[in-house]
Write a protein that binds this ligand. Sequence first.
Ligand code: NQM
Length: 353
Amino acid sequence: MLMRGGTSKGAYFLAEDLPADPVARDELLLRVMGSPDPRQIDGLGGAHPLTSKVAVVSRSADEQADVDYLFLQVGVDQTQVSDRQNCGNLLAGVGPFAVERGLVAAGEESTSVRIRMVNSGDHATATFPTEGGRPVYAGTTEISGVPGGAAAVTIGFGRGSAPLLPTGRTRDTVAGTPVTCADNGMPTVLIAASALDVTGYEDPGELEEHVTLKERLHDIRLAAGKLMGLGDVSATTVPKVSLIAPPAHGGTVMTRTFIPVRCHTAIGVLGAASVAAGLRVDGGVGRSVARLPDQGDALRIEHPTGFLDIESVIDSNGPIPVAHRTAVVRTARKIFDGTVFPRPAVTPAVRSR
Ligand code: NQM
């Protein structure tokens, strides 16, 4: 099933419909998505990391979950499929997909699905409207980056006692730049845009072409990845890097997020959750940049195409800060359900004329 989940789009599969062996599964998914090819012309992929995504869903053996959700990032122009990161945008489609496929029975007016995110081991609950045993996709909830309205999918999660600051410090200096490394579901490096001599309000395309910035971000990411315990991150999609600047539209903060090479046209859900929680940390780099609300849990994370509203509660009273509760509203939509015909495993030789 092809679905839009939040501001991303991906192919959703039942685990039982894919090879159990991860190598065979990934090889098949590359052919399904049309990778490697910058245009993904021969597959389902949309020629951008945000539209080259796969969700693999199955019934869960975990008592705290109804379904397991494995996220796979399929390379666009690279022969690479990664399970190293999670995706909170595709997460929005997992509940409706589970109902569509009969893994979870629909409630009369709404359904809550408890989801184990296999990539991180975290749990989330997604609640969305249902009618006549099926998900309702039509609605009036608008999210920035998606034209028109759709039915709301409310997602809530907490990360138990998982440390919010993977380096154990509120602030580190990497490659000569002050950063705060936060992980509230997505390892993310927060940097004040001004520390990298940009404003943080530039167009994503402009930032992607900024050669000096690209080099500095590369060095910072590699060094921060090591400090965050992620090892050599040169070929992985985490950590993400989020440049932060004072809000431009009355929100909490402005962001430009690298995922990690392309600059996101909006911001990922768990990326935003990590930015939001990271901003709340006393002594973090966000404190002098963001305009945190005097009271309440709601933060508005501004991004290139609008904003993402998120509720974020952190607990700094224990020995280490933890992200206690996060909640966000997304939308999702079934786009197509059917049979995909993957490119053949071996491309037949073509005789040129
Ligand atoms: O952070 C893009 C997206 C994402 C991931 C990325 C996401 C998240 O927008 O939860 O949703 O950071 O690669 O889909």
